[in-house]
Write a protein that binds this ligand. Structure first.
Ligand code: NAP
Length: 476
């Protein structure tokens, strides 16, 4: 059944002239229509966010905390409906959709706790010549109106990672979710209004990144852009955003190193999840697995066995492991990259097939560092197995990337673990688990082409506030 959605502007649900159809990504049926934001609606959203900022930034932190706590409970209460919308609009298997909803419950809960912990610190002014009679401290203030632009792959929890910290520190937001998956964000907007969020503090507009997204990025009335999405769009945003604050959460081609001392069974099960969950459309999906040569054959045969057992089908079926990719075009792109690699000498151990928008879990070997499947972010269920002899070589190969989001190391040897921590330039190293691991309170973000800034409530709040220094001169 298809539902008519509206945009959220100034605390009201607003219709527009153009319409965008949102489809179920598995069967292509229409599940909703959303108004397309035109310039007039956009202007209203910005004006409303400016008003919303004045309201929200004046609320005491315990009230902002209460709103966030209530939002967390409402997400939990609406778990079933939100799970269904994610599974349909993102084509995400229902078990992963449910996990996303449960994480969003926590994200808002962490934000409600952090809202009460925003503070500055004192500065020892007498450390400077002439500072003997001065007292100094800084405070944190919300930046103002934030433009939030989110991707398709976590339409609830990645929106939560922008809205929850923004509200916690008193900023208003104009959110533009991905055009392919805007429905979950609009449902979340409903819940935030029900939780008591001030009118205009959250405005949700929908339309193509190249127009509506670009309006946000280039608008002087917006003080900060928080963006999650692909590296090319991230670079464009940085170039066009002028002097605004910008946080960019971008892509990766995550490496995972398997030392011969690891607990093999557990390692293989986790690597299968990390490579293929949500068809590899996760920014920290495993793309490169470096396996010690002594255990390579055993690792490869057990990995293939477990991959064979993954159930492909309708995301709404509880047993489904692999659903469709977000579009058929994306599945075709993955297919092309694999075919190109095979032409250049790679071997397909399993997979390499496509049926419409479903790309089968694919394991490659005999890959070369310059192949796209290794060098770029494939964002599809494709992983390469690469053998190594010397652990230091594996660290060097894992680090050999234009990206730097997270890496995983499986080893019982603490020295090797720390060699990897020191040697791989990334935002996070996960020891004895996959690079795909993320908890919502931890600092999360990348270096190099994986982005700038950190999310994770406390750290996002630091990005979303400005420091104001106060110096008091004590006269004689
Ligand atoms: P995308 O194509 O970059 O789109 C992300 C968002 O940006 C969408 O809302 C999109 O709008 C908008 N957009 C596109 N062009 C724009 C422009 N010129 N100006 C302003 N906004 C623009 O990314 P995606 O395909 O949705 O998501 C996949 C990517 O996100 C992958 O690279 C993945 O690694 C990355 N990601 C990173 C993280 C992280 O935390 N580091 C988490 C999840 C995903 P439209 O929908 O209208 O195109």
């Amino acid at each position: 059944m298809s539902e008519e959605y509206k945009l959220l502007i100034g605390g009201k649900w607003v219709d527009g002239e153009g319409k965008i159809e949102v489809k179920n990504k598995y069967n292509n049926q229409k599940i909703g229509t959303v108004p397309l934001t035109d310039r007039k609606l956009y202007e209203k959203a910005i004006e409303s966010a400016q008003d919303g900022f004045h309201l929200l930034s004046k609320l005491p932190s315990y009230k902002r905390s209460e709103i966030l706590e209530k939002a967390s409970s409402l997400i939990e209460k609406n778990q079933e409906n939100l799970t269904k919308i994610i599974a349909q609009e993102a084509g995400k298997p229902v078990k992963f959709s449910l996990a996303e909803v449960k994480r969003a419950v926590q994200t808002f809960k962490f934000a409600s706790e952090q809202a009460k912990q925003i503070h500055g610190e004192t500065v020892p002014m007498d450390a400077a010549l002439g500072g003997e009679k001065r007292i100094g401290f800084f405070m944190r203030f919300p930046v103002g109106v934030i433009g939030a632009i989110s991707p398709f792959n976590f339409p609830l929890n990645l929106v939560a990672h922008k809205l929850a910290p923004a509200i916690a520190c008193g900023n208003s937001v104009v959110l533009k979710p991905a055009t392919l998956t805007p429905l979950t964000a609009l449902k979340l907007g409903e819940l935030l209004l029900e939780a008591g969020l001030s009118e205009g503090a959250l405005n949700i507009i929908v339309g193509p990144g190249s127009t509506v997204g670009n309006w946000l990025v280039t608008d002087q009335r917006i003080q900060m852009i928080t963006f999650t999405g692909s590296p090319p769009v991230g670079k464009e945003i940085k170039q066009k955003s002028g002097l605004k604050k910008v946080t960019l959460e971008l892509g990766n081609n995550s490496p995972c190193i398997i030392d011969k001392s690891c607990v093999l069974n557990l390692t293989i099960s986790r690597c299968v999840v990390g490579s293929f969950a949500y068809s590899g459309q996760v920014c920290i999906s495993i793309q490169r697995i470096y396996v010690h040569k002594d255990i390579f054959d055993k690792f490869a045969s057990d990995f293939l066995e477990k991959t064979k057992n993954l159930k492909i089908g309708d995301p709404q079926d509880e047993n489904t492991d692999i659903g469709p990719m977000i579009t058929e075009g994306e599945a075709m792109r993955a297919e092309e990259w694999v075919e190109e690699a095979v032409k250049d000498g790679a071997k397909i151990l399993i997979g390499g097939e496509r049926v419409g928008s479903v790309y089968y879990p694919t394991v490659l070997t005999d890959v070369k560092p310059e192949m796209k499947v290794v060098r770029l972010e494939i964002f599809a269920p494709v992983v390469s197995l690469i053998s190594f002899d010397d652990f230091s070589d594996a660290v060097r190969m894992a680090d050999d990337s234009i990206y730097g989001l997270q890496a995983g190391i499986f080893t019982k040897d603490i020295n090797k673990a720390f060699e990897a921590v020191k040697g791989i330039k990334v935002g996070g190293v996960i020891i004895n688990d996959i690079p795909t691991y993320r908890a919502d309170q931890m600092p999360y973000g990348g270096v190099k082409e994986s982005g700038i800034g950190r999310e994770g409530l406390k750290y996002a709040i630091e990005e979303m506030t400005d420091i104001k220094m106060v110096v008091i001169n004590l006269p004689e």
